[in-house]
Ligand binder design. Structure first.
Ligand code: AMP
Length: 434
């Protein structure tokens, strides 16, 4: 059969086997987020394109090359969201959170869309988990967000990851750094890629983010931010580092780390994983003290971070920490001939109503074939509706783990199953993490 339709390039179908991994990851993420006091927000998949032009910046790759934009039927320019922060800040302002005063802490799980060149670990539709803490400029809040990110990676079961940290200054000290960087870039511009030569004059910081070999080679000797930070930014950066040390969170200062987005100030960080090859960033974030104001709100310090779901799953796979199986079927109901077939729907339905995850084959098959299916589904128990037993008003309940079985009166099977230890098989339980 020739396939007529395929999924769009750079997108994935998450099939049931993998969906269990996603659910596992999402559940852990939600758990940590709420423990840290972050509440969920869900924003639309579409926004006005201008929101991202204003916040992310016109000359960024994300906006200039990667954004999925289109005109809707009313002639408005819309975009599929390429990142999660701007929509959250838009919602924060639209719903008047800024008028409540104080700190607002939100998290999201969301697909993002970027027209990138697909490769391992890079998709056109990918998924992010992220947190935003809006309303304080205190270094302690930077540390909370970093602690939150690190706790998530640790609690999903990862260990081979590292925190890279830098400060990208503020509107007071960045111009001088920018000047120094521009002078440096101009001197070595023959070595830079075409994009960087073009964007150099507009935003030389972006060259530090470029993945091209020539640019990377040139920029290893570029001036570093730490030589240009103003006293306030320097003190802020030192306080962040001091608290990280107090909390026992290891980090490495990466003096040329910048974030690809325009609205970042001061703290910038990235979390990289040792088992992923070229696309090794599993998350990143930082302060964006200018963004709320840029989007029309009052001047409000804030920061956040976003992690990649796909890359986190790849990292878990690289460390052999993915949960092996996730199926929820606790009991499999099997029948081999007529009297069994008749009571099968009722037994199945009643088990489910009693809270037992139950399933069956829905076709007449050999018992052996059905036991195999039960096994594949990870069912601890098989309720066998055998003709001979049913005529005596009984069914057989087989414990797959112990390879034992016993006869139970049909009317007692619900009570019997409800009192069983119906936990799924050992090997399909998650083995690692907390
Ligand atoms: P960013 O919004 O660019 O800071 O991305 C945050 C995280 O999202 C990155 O560290 C990646 O883990 C993930 N990510 C970003 N873009 C993609 C993509 N195109 N495909 C897969 N993961 C991505």
């Amino acid at each position: 059969m020739a396939l007529r339709f395929r999924r769009p390039r750079g997108t994935e179908d998450i099939l049931p086997e993998r969906a269990g991994h996603w659910q596992f990851l999402e559940a852990r993420i939600r758990n940590v987020m709420s423990r840290f006091g972050y509440r969920e927000v869900r924003t639309p998949i579409l926004e006005e394109a201008e929101l991202f032009v204003r916040s992310v910046g016109e000359d960024t790759d994300i906006v200039s090359k990667e954004m999925y934009t289109f005109q809707d039927r009313g002639g408005r320019w819309m975009a599929l969201k390429p990142e999660g922060t701007a929509p959250v800040v838009r919602a924060y302002l639209e719903h008047g959170f800024h008028r409540q005063g104080g700190l607002v802490k939100l998290y999201y799980l969301s697909p993002i869309f970027r027209y990138e060149k697909p490769q391992a670990g890079r998709y056109r539709q990918s998924h992010q988990f992220g947190a935003e803490a809006i309303g304080s400029g205190e270094p302690a809040l930077d540390v909370e967000v970093i602690d939150l990110a690190m706790s998530i990676y640790r609690e999903v079961g990862l260990s081979n990851f590292a925190l890279l940290l830098n400060s990208v200054g503020c509107h007071k000290c960045r111009p001088a750094y920018r000047e120094a960087l521009l002078r440096f870039a101009r001197a070595g511009q023959d070595q830079l890629c075409e994009d960087c030569r073009r964007r150099m004059e507009v935003n030389p910081l972006r060259i530090l983010d470029c993945k091209e070999k020539g640019c990377r080679r040139t920029m290893v000797k570029a001036p570093v931010f730490s030589d240009y930070l103003c006293p306030d930014c320097r003190a802020h950066f030192e306080e962040v580092q001091g608290s990280l040390r107090d909390l026992g969170i290891p980090y490495r200062v990466e003096p040329r780390l910048v974030r690809g987005l325009d609205y970042y100030t001061r703290t910038a960080f990235e979390v990289v994983h040792g088992g992923l090859g070229a696309q090794n960033a599993i998350g990143g974030g930082g302060r964006y003290d200018g963004l709320v104001e840029e989007l029309g709100g009052p001047s409000t310090p804030a920061l956040g971070f976003a992690g990649g779901m796909e890359r986190t799953l790849m990292a878990l796979e690289a460390e052999g920490r993915l949960p092996e199986r996730d199926e929820q079927v606790e009991a499999f109901v099997a029948y081999t001939d007529d009297p069994g077939k008749e009571v099968f729907p009722k037994v199945l339905s009643q088990l489910r109503r009693a809270g037992v995850g139950a399933d069956g084959a829905y076709t007449v098959q050999s018992l052996k074939a059905q036991l195999r299916q039960a096994n594949r589904k990870g069912a601890r128990y098989v309720v066998i509706l055998g003709g001979e037993e049913l005529r005596r008003g009984k069914v057989v309940v087989r414990d797959m783990r112990r390879s034992e079985q016993e006869e139970v009166p049909l009317e007692e099977v619900l009570g019997f199953m409800s009192n069983k230890d119906r936990s799924v098989w050992g090997p399909q339980k998650y083995k690692g993490g907390r």
